[in-house]
Design a protein around this ligand. Structure first.
Ligand code: MG
Length: 385
């Protein structure tokens, strides 16, 4: 079996790649450097020349070849390698007529507990989102910021005391609505400095969140270790990391209790399962990062199905930020994972990753590129996004 073609497909906010074989198999993957799809496409085009004519079943060999042939890595290159890796696993599953999880050692669980995204530009919208998630049967809610997802055009300013006090009151309200049936995954979106994160983290410990995510910018792993050491809430981070070596350095510092590998930038299914194994050796849990489409969800579920230390799957569902409305998953995908109404996602037993792109997807949902736009503080300085 030989690879015949590699092509990129842009649909709405998403970048997919399709790899076809001479005997008619089609593998589907997704790239996760969502701010730089154009750069990822350039990297895929580069790798295409290498891949055509190769045996698609030598997944690890191709991964190593693409990763090691030259000096340069980073998010766009790793998004390309990730998308290719996912597509090659999809082909392998179809070739062996087995779901990918069967090729990875088989399922260690039947379904994957998930958390639902909550968005809102006002506190009322956020509280309503928690209420809705609970009513829909979700047992965890995430993407749940104690700050507001205000439009990026609005300058950011609160006094320190107002910022911390407001945030604590908001988390208290989340807990009151969620009760004990629903876990809270608190997402800081890198909004705080390490010293602010410690103060807020300690103040919300009494509400028993399942985790606090990216309390500060993840550039400095020692700072993350400093925060993790000073608060009792499990710390989750890793969504920007593009290699197993970065995760190893995070784990070596005891800077994380729940790793958040993104299967679409960390090297695909091959990269994410290695991160899960590294974490397993430290009794650290895995919460695969997944803000993308149902293709990413399907790839994440191969990790959820096979990693003993899997904890929770991020599930954006079909509801997205009100300022960034996206099409329903089912409108451009066939076979996307569904919520079972009790807080779990079904794990497909179809060959490969179990999803396919509808042929008219890019026609029906043309690409909407992201413009370079970020939030400023009231004084004009730039907020990290
Ligand atoms: Mg996050």
């Amino acid at each position: 079996m030989r690879i015949e073609n590699v092509r990129t497909i842009l649909v709405d906010r998403y970048l997919f790649i399709e790899i076809t074989t001479e005997n008619g198999l089609v593998g589907l993957g997704e790239g996760g450097a969502w701010g730089f799809h154009e750069a990822t496409i350039g990297a895929v085009e580069k790798f295409k020349n290498y891949l055509i004519g190769k045996d698609p079943l030598r997944i690890e060999h191709h991964w190593q070849y693409m990763y090691r042939w030259t000096h340069f890595r980073g998010s766009a290159v790793m998004a390309a390698i990730s998308a290719i890796d996912i597509a090659l696993w999809d082909i392998a599953g179809k070739h062996f007529k087995a779901p990918v999880h069967a090729l990875l050692g088989g399922k260690v669980r039947e379904k994957a507990r998930c958390y639902y995204h909550v968005f809102g530009e006002t506190k009322e919208e956020l509280f309503e989102g928690v209420r809705n998630a609970k009513e829909m049967g979700f047992t965890a809610v995430g993407h749940l910021t104690p700050f507001l997802d205000t439009p990026r055009e609005e300058p950011l300013y609160q006094s320190h005391v107002e910022m911390i006090t407001d945030a604590v009151e908001t988390v208290a309200q989340y807990r009151e609505i969620a009760g004990r049936e629903v876990d809270l995954c608190i997402e800081i979106h890198r909004r705080l400095k390490p010293y602010e994160a410690v103060q807020l983290g300690r103040a919300i410990e009494k509400f028993t969140p399942l985790f606090i995510e990216d309390p500060a910018t993840p550039d400095n792993l020692d700072e993350m270790a400093y925060i993790a050491d000073k608060i009792s809430i499990p710390l989750a981070t890793g969504e920007r990391m593009t290699s197993i070596w970065e995760f190893q350095m995070l784990l070596a510092r005891n800077a994380v209790q729940l790793v958040r590998p993104d299967v679409c930038i960390v090297g695909g299914i091959s990269g994410a399962r290695k991160v899960a194994a590294l974490a397993e050796a430290s009794h650290v849990g895995v919460v695969p990062h997944n803000p993308l489409s149902g293709v990413s969800t399907a790839a994440c579920l191969q990790i959820a199905a096979t990693a003993p230390n899997f904890v929770l799957q991020e599930f954006p569902g079909d509801v997205w930020n009100v300022t960034d409305a996206r099409p329903d998953t089912g409108s451009f995908l066939i076979g996307a994972a569904l919520h079972d109404g009790e807080g779990f996602l079904t794990i497909s037993d179809e060959p490969g990753i179990g999803v396919a792109l509808k042929p008219d997807a890019s026609l029906n949902f043309p690409y909407r590129p992201r413009e370079v736009l970020t939030r400023l503080h009231k004084d004009g300085s730039v907020v990290d996004q």
